[in-house]
Write a protein that binds this ligand. Structure first.
Ligand SMILES: [Zn+2]
Ligand SMILES: [Zn+2]
Length: 196
């Protein structure tokens, strides 16, 4: 297993096909835009799902939820846009087709697939099945899995440095821009405003 993939697995907690999709996308983006790892917010990723794949992007591209350079638009699509601010370049990667095994253990794969569908697969079978899929996705040419499109660079906003204020109901500190104005004009946090 390559070192950078190992780091993704450590962060994510397990190896799975979803993580490999993200790994492949991150590697391709790095190659196309000569990205190392996002130092600050120089690289931005917009993920159109909130699956395992996102974690590989966080590790390799340094696009992390807490830094504001990871934007999740959960449309349930296996698609990702990666922007490089210093080069003012952006690419969108979108998965092409339904998954179909292309490796050399086709019959093994199909037997396991059938066993899983029939509910007779053991835990070990499931693991092997996943592993076959993982290896297959790692071995394929990128262009077979994803469509790559250069998209116009549109500057996403930097993470807002928002001040916090206490909620008038619970008193907890809340980002001012996330607060809701009550009918009497006072500001409350979202959960409190919904309880009323
Ligand atoms: Zn996973
Ligand atoms: Zn509150």
């Amino acid at each position: 297993m390559p070192d950078d993939l190992k780091r993704c697995v450590e962060f994510h907690g397990h190896i799975c096909p979803g993580l490999i999709y993200g790994y492949r996308v991150a590697k391709e983006a790095m190659k196309l835009m000569k990205i190392k790892r996002a130092v600050d917010e120089e690289v931005v990723a917009i993920c159109e799902n909130d699956s395992c794949a996102v974690d590989a992007l966080q590790v390799l591209l340094g696009t992390a939820a807490g830094k504001g350079n990871l934007i999740i638009k959960d449309f349930g699509k296996n698609a990702y846009t990666v922007l490089n601010r210093s080069r003012r370049q952006a690419y969108r990667f979108s998965r092409k087709t339904r998954y179909g095994y292309k490796g050399k253990d086709k019959s093994v794969f199909e037997n396991m697939e059938a066993a899983i569908a029939a509910g007779t697969a053991s835990e070990d079978d499931r693991r092997k099945f996943k592993r076959l899929k993982v290896n297959d996705l790692l071995a394929r040419p990128f262009a077979e899995i994803f469509t790559t499109t250069e998209v116009p660079f549109a500057e996403p906003l930097y993470a807002p440095l928002a001040s916090s204020e206490p909620c008038v109901i619970c008193g907890e500190m809340t980002m001012a821009i996330k607060m809701v104005k009550l009918s009497d004009g006072r500001q409350a946090c979202i959960p409190c405003s919904q309880k009323r």
